[in-house]
Design a protein around this ligand. Structure first.
Ligand code: CU
Length: 131
């Protein structure tokens, strides 16, 4: 019996706590500040971006990049001597083949998957994905 009474007291307390805030006046204007409304009608087209791939430690970093059509990939040299060559070591496709002495810049305007590798170190491979 004693336990039941105690539980009832707790319930009564909780009810009081829950309803305590109701009806208490709050001062408007000091409690919240609304963030500016977002509008979608003024969004500009996404400008082309440039993604950098670094050839270093016998690897391309990052090895795979996903970009948008019209975006540019920039291959830069971290260390050593490397190329960016389109295709795979077994099947270079001839789209590009350049030593990464100064940065190599290629813009991808069409969707597709564009594998590339290093002619000097065929284990260095990567992929440009344009969805
Ligand atoms: Cu290399």
């Amino acid at each position: 019996m004693h336990e039941v009474k105690r539980a009832s007291a707790v319930v009564a307390y909780l009810l009081t706590a829950c309803t305590a805030g109701v009806g208490v006046p709050t001062s408007e204007g000091t409690t919240t500040s609304q963030p500016p409304a977002l509008t979608t009608s003024t969004l500009a087209p996404i400008p082309p971006t440039t993604v950098t791939i670094t050839a270093t430690n016998f690897a391309f970093s990052p090895a795979t990049v996903t970009i948008g059509a019209g975006d540019t990939v920039h291959w830069v040299l971290g260390e050593g001597s490397h190329t960016t060559t389109s295709g795979t070591p077994a099947a270079p496709d001839g789209q590009w083949d350049q030593i990464i002495a100064s940065p190599v810049t290629i813009t991808f305007n069409q969707a597709g998957q564009f594998p590339f590798f290093c002619r000097f170190h065929p284990s260095m491979q990567g992929m440009v994905v344009v969805p």
